[in-house]
Design a protein around this ligand. Sequence first.
Ligand code: NAD
Length: 322
Amino acid sequence: MTILITGGAGFIGHTLTRHLLAMGHTVLLLDNFNSSYDPAIKWQHIQSIRHLSGWSLYQGDIRDAVLLHQIFSAYRVDGVIHLAGLAGVRPSLQNPSAYMDHNVNGTAVLLEAMRVFNIKRFVFASSSSVYGSRSGGVFLETDCAENSVSPYAFSKRAAERLCQQHHQLHGLHVFCLRLFTVYGPQQRPDMGISRFIQQLNNRQPITLFGNGLSRRDYTYVDDIVAGISQSIERVKGCEIINLGSAHPVTLLELIGMLEQLIKRRVPINWLADQPGDVPYTHASIEKARRLLDYQPATDLKDGLRNMVNQYQRTQAYAQPIE
Ligand SMILES: NC(=O)c1ccc[n+]([C@@H]2O[C@H](COP(=O)([O-])OP(=O)(O)OC[C@H]3O[C@@H](n4cnc5c(N)ncnc54)[C@H](O)[C@@H]3O)[C@@H](O)[C@H]2O)c1
């Protein structure tokens, strides 16, 4: 297949590109290299796949309908995997309108261009944040997702609804994948685990929000990428599907694992809970197992070890680890 990945220069996007190329697909990447984090990191992602063949890069914006028409005229695109957008809960509170513009309007422009070119396969990266603030239980795709507590979560839910409408109105086949805290090598630098690894290695205090008992269903990027890849192959009808690990751990357990791996402890700088953050996530992955043969294979400790090793290789520490 020829597959367009929007947000292809990002953390998940470039990892997915490698996987799809290995499976024999042709991949087009579209990314605007925005400054949500250092764009040089996104260019490093691109650099890391330069030796591979079968892909092309477009530097541009999903809100640019003219550019989308150019791409869809130049290639017979079989399917689109839509990862582009502004990620992260906390920054969405500072700039809600940008989140609406990129994540909702951007999705609308993309869907409309796909309609014009009769492209029927669509996979959208939604988020576990749409489930809102819950204190327990397993998150089922049929649970209420209308009580978002951040502009980011709202924008993801609104984009899901646009996808559902395009299915009903225009026969789009779409899977909206609710991703649960994705981690692994090259994780976005603004995300928790990346920051903790950096702080531990630099012997700086770790900054934690809340009381350390919040729980997250951390999911390794290769497992997520396998789920996305199965989705673009199998997409039919309109489905919402959780992609998680189904093993939530507390923030303090996570820090303990990192301390063991890096063989270092640093003081913890406790800060108040952040508005918009949810205390708990726990994916039901039964539907993903059924529809995608999804089988998350990477244990958290192994995944963290890969991340720490990659970080230490690229940073080439001056100081020996005790
Ligand atoms: N990483 C996670 O834990 C996680 C969890 C749930 C959902 N998601 C979603 O998955 C997707 C990918 O996440 P990621 O962690 O790889 O983020 P990322 O920020 O590394 O990748 C997103 C990419 O989209 C690009 N982009 C943003 N707006 C764009 C626009 N208007 N036009 C073109 N490109 C644009 C950015 O430059 C970036 O390279 C995002 O939509 C995110 O919301 C991620």
